[in-house]
Design a protein around this ligand. Structure first.
Ligand SMILES: NC(=O)c1ccc[n+]([C@@H]2O[C@H](COP(=O)([O-])OP(=O)(O)OC[C@H]3O[C@@H](n4cnc5c(N)ncnc54)[C@H](OP(=O)(O)O)[C@@H]3O)[C@@H](O)[C@H]2O)c1
Length: 292
């Protein structure tokens, strides 16, 4: 409950930012199936960094809750475009938090495993010390801090990781395409994390929004895996002849540093349950939506 704002929750619709993105699309679909009134917006409707556009949006819709999925999500691109990453992920999130504070809308903001350094072999619980190792992670942490500044623990911060869906581009769809075309794939086997299907995540985000649950949540698929494990599951599901060979992060250098272990552990009893990511691989390959 948002005590500072001294406002009762409005009966307005849920609002989803980043609605055309991979996750936003799933949130809209899941809400429609549950019969929840929801409105999705993306950059063309309102830029989350534009105060006037966002104010007009809130004045128009009076949302009861906001599921904030919009973000600068290009992890490698952020290394060369620090300003844009911080403007969108940091200041854009602060603006949304301020509007939620003024109107009493409940905020559920999506964040990432990249806020952690990724060096602990057992992974990270919700209140473990953060310490990003790349610009994208720093900018998402700036967003988390801005939200906590404005709304404290009333807001829900939902960290997730390794998202995939039927909507390319994402790792599962890239591997599916490559596995149909090639006999052998070399895939990184020394990074450990939680693959997460957008379908499971969308359901959990809706629960946090509708029940106005605050706090920090780790919303990730189980069990933990390496990228090679995920690729192998895709190949198995497709039933194609393709060998998935283990390789190392050193052999596959990217502009942004990657964590060796970004496993997210769940210790918050209010965190909604998430599913097995292998079910998500099956669903994503059945409903595949090509790019463009
Ligand atoms: N993908 C992952 O593996 C992953 C992992 C952990 C956390 N997350 C987090 O999960 C959330 C959703 O990610 P996703 O994979 O669905 O990302 P996505 O497919 O890249 O979607 C992000 C959406 O945000 C929109 N957007 C960007 N800047 C905007 C702005 N200034 N104003 C309004 N809209 C803007 C984008 O529009 P344009 O296309 O016009 O830019 C896009 O539709 C993000 O918060 C991300 O940080 C993702």
């Amino acid at each position: 409950m948002n005590l500072d704002a001294d406002l009762s929750p409005t009966a307005g619709p849920l609002l989803v930012t980043g609605a055309h993105g991979q996750l936003g699309t799933h949130v809209l679909e899941a809400a429609a199936l549950r019969g929840i009134e929801i409105i999705g917006v993306d950059r063309a409707d309102a830029d989350i960094t534009d105060e006037h556009q966002m104010q007009a949006l809130f004045d128009d819709l009076h949302p009861s809750a906001v599921i904030h999925c919009a973000a600068y999500t290009n992890v490698d691109g952020a290394e060369a475009d620090r300003e844009a990453a911080f403007r969108i992920n940091g200041e854009g999130s602060r603006l949304i938090a301020q509007l939620c504070h003024e109107t009493g809308a409940h905020l559920v903001a999506v964040s990432t495993d990249y806020v952690f350094p990724g060096t602990h072999p057992e992974g990270y619980a919700e209140h473990d010390l953060t310490g990003p190792i790349n610009v994208y992670g720093e900018s998402k942490l700036a967003g988390e801090c801005a939200i906590r500044d404005v709304l404290g623990e009333d807001a829900a911060i939902a960290r997730t990781a390794w998202l995939f869906s039927a909507q390319a581009p994402n790792f599962v769809q890239t591997i599916a395409k490559a596995a149909r075309e090639r006999d052998v794939l070399d895939v990184v086997d020394d990074q450990h994390g939680n693959p997460t299907w957008c379908g499971h995540l969308a359901e959990a985000l809706l629960t946090l929004a509708v029940e106005r649950i605050g706090g920090t949540h780790h919303l990730v698929g189980q069990p933990t895996a390496t990228w090679r494990d995920l690729a192998q599951a895709v190949v198995d599901e497709l039933g194609v002849e393709c060998e998935v060979r283990p390789t190392t992060s050193e052999a596959f250098v990217r502009p942004a540093k990657r964590a060796a272990c970004s496993i997210l552990r769940v210790t918050n009893p209010q965190t909604p349950e998430m599913g097995d990511w292998r079910e998500g691989v099956r669903a994503s390959l059945q409903d595949e939506v090509p790019v463009g």
